[in-house]
Design a protein around this ligand. Structure first.
Ligand SMILES: Nc1ncnc2c1ncn2[C@@H]1O[C@H](COP(=O)(O)OP(=O)(O)OP(=O)(O)O)[C@@H](O)[C@H]1O
Ligand SMILES: O=P(O)(O)OC[C@H]1O[C@H](OP(=O)(O)OP(=O)(O)O)[C@H](O)[C@@H]1O
Ligand SMILES: O=C(O)c1cccnc1
Length: 544
């Protein structure tokens, strides 16, 4: 996260801003008590208002029912009970299956949003304006509002590293904290992780289809709001896109930016050639000329060739052309021939026009001669799967000094949560390829085990034996005792991490349609606990 002036201020300590009327300098204070101004020494003239970082207004970014539950638990004296929450998803987005397919859908998610979540957890507090708003509701008593005023995240948060690949039912976040804090965080956590992971996954799939070719994110104008476009540009870069057109993502996150020009630029000039000449003259080292404003083959490409030839005389090279409509396979093949015949084999062909992983794959099958893919609408809106259904589920609560595992019953066996305080291991073979995820109780250890059988959680006929594996815990500590303990990687490192992780999976697990189902198995002890809790719950329901 980039630093703002608010990073210098610890919101866990400072609650008020005192603006000195004498010198106009703000200072951050613990209370409303007036002290001499740090800048000019005056004491009498202060404007005092609640500390409020407009870019991080996280405290009240919740659903009302969160505050209702927090209040009810507070009134019953239960709000500080320690609990465990797991975050996971059940169904991978974007994966398609044919009509007669009745099996389990595979697919993966590229885990995104962790770094934004860290910022949220670090700056999670109710400011005075939040408290005033809650007071106006006349639903909560003053003692509770006071409790909220001092509420901060005090617990442990473990997570998969951003960019990691996550499969259905594998927890990617575990929080151990008070019930009040776990409820408080739910909506923002889900909003951030679901939206970022959804887009990162879409981008990761598009990158798979591009198969090593350059991809530029261009979705700003079609994104669902300002923030979505910037976050989306960031997610695309982590997934392996080379550039974004989004300058704010460049400024805020350091995403490399680039761009071509629009049709308006061509329309503005008296003719296409003048427009191309002007653009190439100003940007000789990075000119990609949009050739489809009037007639791609009749004027766009011939004019681009004229410009390229003129540039060659000045010792410059035209970077490329862009196609933005029509039959991209046909036009790109014709364009390639025309450019090659003119001795311009180095001029690249970029294409845009509602592209996604499927059109890219199809165009490649058709032998399209496209070098650079510009991707907007279908990426930034996650067009074919508009939401990722990641969930935040309570799996245990403290009772005396023990964890009491909790279950939630569902008619659908696959929907019943995996209870208890657990660990998740990713198992690798000797070549470093991922073989499966193994969920077990926190008290279990894999040390000394040479062989493991990954049993399908609900289908006893499906199992897979793995020998000579290396087990790596998937979740790493991010917060301990409320303090951030994680060294947040740079965006570039996160991108490299995602791409490296992708290489640890056989492409059968990652292919766009009908991917193989990656094994996610429960240990025998965890399975027994789950079965026992289901039985007990069902008996209870019958006797109640
Ligand atoms: N050879 C091709 N094979 C498969 N899909 C293609 C091929 N060429 C283009 N497409 C896709 O077909 C769609 C064409 O979109 P559309 O019908 O809106 O026309 P267009 O050519 O973009 O024209 P305009 O932008 O002027 O409306 C786009 O999604 C594009 O990615
Ligand atoms: O097709 P997408 O995947 O969404 O990629 C971004 C689109 O945005 C621009 O179109 P727009 O019609 O807005 O403007 P322009 O073509 O005149 O630049 C650009 O030309 C692309 O077509
Ligand atoms: O640079 C481009 O070509 C671009 C940027 C945004 C949207 N469409 C195209």
């Amino acid at each position: 996260m980039p630093k703002t002036i608010f990073d210098a201020i610890d919101p866990k300590v400072y609650r008020y801003v005192h603006l000195c009327r004498a010198c106009q300098q703000p200072s951050f204070r613990i209370s409303t008590e007036v002290n001499p101004c740090a800048a000019c020494g005056e004491t009498h003239e202060f404007e005092i208002f609640p500390f409020y970082d407009p870019s991080r207004d996280y405290g009240l970014d919740v659903d009302e029912y969160a505050i209702s539950m927090m209040y009810a638990l507070y009134k019953k004296g239960l709000h500080r009970t320690q609990v465990v929450f797991d975050d996971f998803y059940r169904k991978a987005p974007f994966v398609k299956a044919s009509a007669d397919f009745s099996g389990e859908l595979g697919g993966y998610v590229a885990f995104g949003g962790l770094h934004q979540l860290i910022d949220i957890v670090e700056h999670l507090y109710f400011n005075e304006a939040d408290i005033a708003y809650l007071r106006e509701k006349k639903l909560y008593d003053e003692a509770f509002l006071d409790e909220l005023r001092s509420l901060r995240f005090t617990g442990e948060l473990f997570a998969a590293e951003e960019g990691q690949l996550i499969f259905p039912n594998t927890p990617y976040i575990r929080i151990v904290s008070t019930i009040m804090e776990c409820i408080w965080i739910e909506a923002q956590l889900l909003n951030t992780v679901n939206s970022e992971s959804l887009l990162m996954t879409k981008a990761s799939r598009i990158l798979t289809a591009a198969d090593g070719q350059s991809v530029i994110e261009m979705g700003k104008r079609r994104a669902q709001g300002r923030d979505a476009s910037v976050q989306g540009a960031r997610a695309a870069y982590v997934a392996g896109f080379d550039y974004s057109s989004n300058m704010k993502a460049g400024k805020k996150y350091g995403v490399p930016t680039t761009g071509t020009h629009a049709h308006l630029f061509v329309q503005f000039f008296a003719n296409e050639l003048d427009a191309f000449l002007a653009f190439a003259d100003v940007f000789p080292a990075k000119s990609i000329l949009l050739v489809d404003t009037y007639d791609v083959l009749g004027s766009g490409i011939p004019n681009a060739i004229r410009v390229a030839k003129a540039m060659e005389e000045r010792g410059q090279k035209l970077t490329g052309i862009r196609l933005d409509s029509g039959d991209l396979a046909f036009l790109s093949k014709r364009a390639r021939k025309m450019l090659d015949n003119a001795g311009l084999a180095y001029v690249k062909i970029a294409a845009s026009s509602d592209l996604d992983e499927y059109t890219i794959t199809s165009l490649k099958h058709q032998g399209a001669k496209i070098d650079i893919w510009g991707i907007g609408t279908k990426y930034i809106t996650a067009y074919d799967t508009p939401a990722l259904g990641g969930v935040h589920k309570i799996v245990a609560r403290k009772q005396e000094n023990d964890w009491l595992a909790l279950i939630k019953i569902s008619e659908n066996l696959d929907k019943i949560i995996n209870p208890g305080l657990k660990k998740t291991y990713r198992l690798y073979d000797q070549d470093g390829m991922a073989k499966g995820d193994y969920l077990c109780l926190a008290s279990e250890s894999l040390e000394g085990l040479n062989e493991i059988t990954l049993k399908h959680p609900t289908n006893p006929l499906k199992s897979k034996r793995i020998a000579n594996f290396t087990a790596v815990e998937l979740l790493v500590p991010i917060f301990q005792n409320g303090q951030m303990v994680y060294n947040v990687p740079t965006l570039k490192q996160t991108r490299a991490f995602h791409l490296a992780q992708k290489n640890t999976f056989w492409e059968e697990y990652l292919r766009l349609d009908h991917p193989e189902v990656y094994p996610v198995a429960l240990s025998d002890q965890l399975k027994e606990l789950k079965d026992r809790l289901i039985q007990a719950k069902r008996q209870n329901i019958q006797t109640e």
